[in-house]
Design a protein around this ligand. Structure first.
Ligand SMILES: [Zn+2]
Length: 430
């Protein structure tokens, strides 16, 4: 038999647990290790009360870190105690979480691999199933959320994200200072956002100083219903406003292109992406072509210029100057005879008070834009979420700022004395 002491060490087993038996199966590339214990007194998993051994649950096994390429499994029968308060219960074992089929060390490695690779790739590397990989993610997120500190978030960003093709949305709330996703709701209605506020304490709600978001009435209603002084806190941010303008420019381009194409060659053929750039981000190789398009007498070029000019709004030092600048821009936009631009200009004007709150709050959704592209990558990589709950889990896993490998069970065990081996019965109740 391979050296039990070596495997005891590899598995990190401490008194009262020892290794009873090790079986090496070379052909199957597998090692099986059986753990046993000497003590007969155990703490109840619920209340910590020290109780005599009642019996054992049937044998279970846990996948552990491979030994070389050998898949390694730990087997044990978990002791049960008969607690006067909680009845017959399994005790907590120090190497795994309740209901997990993996040891804590294996889960830790799996989490690291899952952070770096897509689920399918990670499952292949770890030699676990797709479902097992998702279970690990699910438990890691639940654990991370349970131990997340109840801190206050000062500045939040609210954004919608399409979850699939068509009109299937998620509402995402992020902490703009920490760049973490704090909450995900289904759809983009008022009651998509309400639950975020419901889970905050009154103090946490009062701590919210600014909410950056799109001009979207259901979100406005939700913030108004839950935050005091919402009128000063809501900021319709630059990124969303520019996005509306970019879309309007594209609508102008499509109409103009159709009209031009009907009478011959359209100079707008193949130019869709050129108009999406802001001036300074236009790649050098497109610059000549773009300049000649701008010089031509095109509605699309005028629409694009309107969009570019409004970006200066956020460069002003004060609300008053910004308001005067907007008034001039608004006059220009509404006299442009470009219907999509006029519509957006009017929408901005209707919401202007909470566009200009920027000058007291100085908040933009740049952070959630960054998170958005991270979420986009998660979505692309995950051909195979199979459902939106998986998509949400993956967002929390990668963007939640959660302490994922942290294991409350392990921490509790370490604090109790029995893990240290001095006495198996000193665990205080928590
Ligand atoms: Zn108990």
């Amino acid at each position: 038999m391979p050296d039990p002491e070596l495997y005891r060490h590899r598995l990190g087993l401490e008194a009262p647990w020892t290794v009873a038996n090790v079986e090496l199966k070379v052909k199957e590339q597998r090692v099986d290790v059986w753990a046993e214990h000497s003590d007969s007194l155990w703490p109840c998993a619920e209340c910590g009360k020290t109780l005599p051994l009642y019996d054992h649950a049937p044998e279970r096994s846990w996948r552990h870190l491979d030994s070389c390429q050998f898949m390694t499994y730990l087997h044990a029968r978990i002791p049960r105690v008969d607690c006067p308060e909680h009845g017959v219960r399994q005790i907590r074992v120090p190497w795994a979480e309740p209901k997990s089929r993996f040891t804590i060390l294996f889960e830790r490695l799996a989490i690291d691999v899952l952070k770096e690779a897509d689920v399918l790739g990670a499952a292949r590397v770890l030699r676990i199933s797709w479902d097992e990989a998702w279970h690990i993610i699910e438990r890691a997120v639940a654990r991370g959320q349970a131990r997340k500190q109840k801190r206050s978030v000062r500045r939040i960003g609210v954004d919608e994200k399409s979850a699939a093709k068509g009109h299937d949305y998620l509402t995402i709330v992020c902490d703009l200072d920490e760049a973490t996703v704090e909450y995900i709701g289904d759809d983009r209605k008022q009651d998509s956002l309400d639950p975020y506020f419901h889970q905050l304490t009154p103090e946490q709600r009062d701590a919210v100083e600014a909410v950056a978001m799109d001009m979207w009435e259901p979100y406005v209603r939700s913030v108004n219903a839950h935050l005091r002084g919402a009128a000063e806190k809501i900021v319709f941010d630059k990124f969303h406003i520019i996005r509306h303008l970019v879309e309007a420019v594209d609508r102008v381009r499509r109409r103009e292109h159709r009209a031009q194409a009907a009478t011959g060659d359209s100079p707008l053929s193949g130019t869709k992406y050129l108009w999406l750039y802001s001036e300074e981000n236009l790649p050098e190789k497109h610059r000549d072509r773009f300049e000649s398009l701008r010089a031509a007498d095109l509605k699309t070029a005028r629409a694009w210029a309107l969009k570019e000019v409004l970006r200066a709004l956020w460069g002003y030092g004060s609300r008053g100057w910004a308001a005067r600048f907007f008034a001039r821009w608004y006059f220009w936009a509404t006299h442009s005879r470009l219907k999509p631009m006029i519509e957006v200009a009017r929408m901005i004007k209707r919401h202007l008070a909470n566009v200009l709150t920027y000058f007291t709050q100085r908040v933009t959704n740049a952070v959630s834009e960054g998170l958005n592209s991270k979420i986009q990558t998660i979505k692309k990589r995950a051909y195979g979420f199979r459902n939106r709950e998986h998509f949400k889990l993956a967002i929390y896993f990668h963007c939640g700022g959660l302490d994922l490998p942290g294991d409350p069970c392990q921490t509790r065990m370490k604090r109790s004395s029995w893990h240290a081996g001095s006495s198996p019965h000193g665990r205080s109740s928590e």
